[in-house]
Design a protein around this ligand. Structure first.
Ligand SMILES: [Zn+2]
Length: 172
């Protein structure tokens, strides 16, 4: 997964992916460090266009460790990209650092709107991790209710994730 964390790097990531079909996949997003210069009216249409050739929106999220951008700008940029992920039916690649409460609230909201994703470069607490990996608990419960083996069901859901991201791996 080649991460585009700005419009410029998303274009490069898309180029690398197109040069390596079935092996490299790309994303398009605006990093929280750059949220101060993010302009939803200008940048969401650009991300929408870029995301047509990507498998996910991001990375995006919240970084209160460095606070390179004002927090309200980070929240606004993240919310706009969550909405885009919903609109484009793309999962999110989420960056979060020292921003647990706000990240938790926003991914809960995203999840309830049907938007899913991954937390990368995770530095948060066990409780936020629990929220993020709640799918595992769901898997155990669903496997139990269906009388399925959790490992086999896990493999099935992994294949579903491949389909979700549109990862058409080429046979080696
Ligand atoms: Zn990151």
């Amino acid at each position: 997964m080649c991460i585009g964390e700005s419009l410029a790097t998303a274009a490069i990531a898309a180029e690398i992916a197109s040069e390596n079909p079935g092996f490299v996949f790309s994303t398009a997003g605006v990093h929280p460090h750059d949220a101060a210069t993010f302009d939803a009216a200008r940048d969401i249409p650009r991300l929408r266009l870029a995301s047509k050739s990507t498998v996910a929106i991001g990375e995006c999220g919240l970084d209160y460790h460095y606070d390179n951008s004002p927090r309200d700008a980070q929240l606004g940029a993240f919310a706009a990209q969550i909405a885009l992920a919903g609109e484009m039916s793309r999962p999110l690649v989420v960056h979060t650092r020292d921003a647990e409460d706000d990240t938790g609230a926003m991914i809960r909201e995203a999840k309830s709107a049907g938007v899913i994703g991954v937390l990368h470069c995770y530095t948060g607490s066990h409780s936020l991790a629990d929220l993020a990996i709640g799918v595992a608990h769901t898997l155990t419960k669903v496997a139990s209710a269906r009388g399925d083996d959790p490992n086999e069901l896990g493999q099935t859901t992994a294949r579903n994730a491949e389909r979700l991201f549109g990862l058409a791996f080429e046979a080696a």
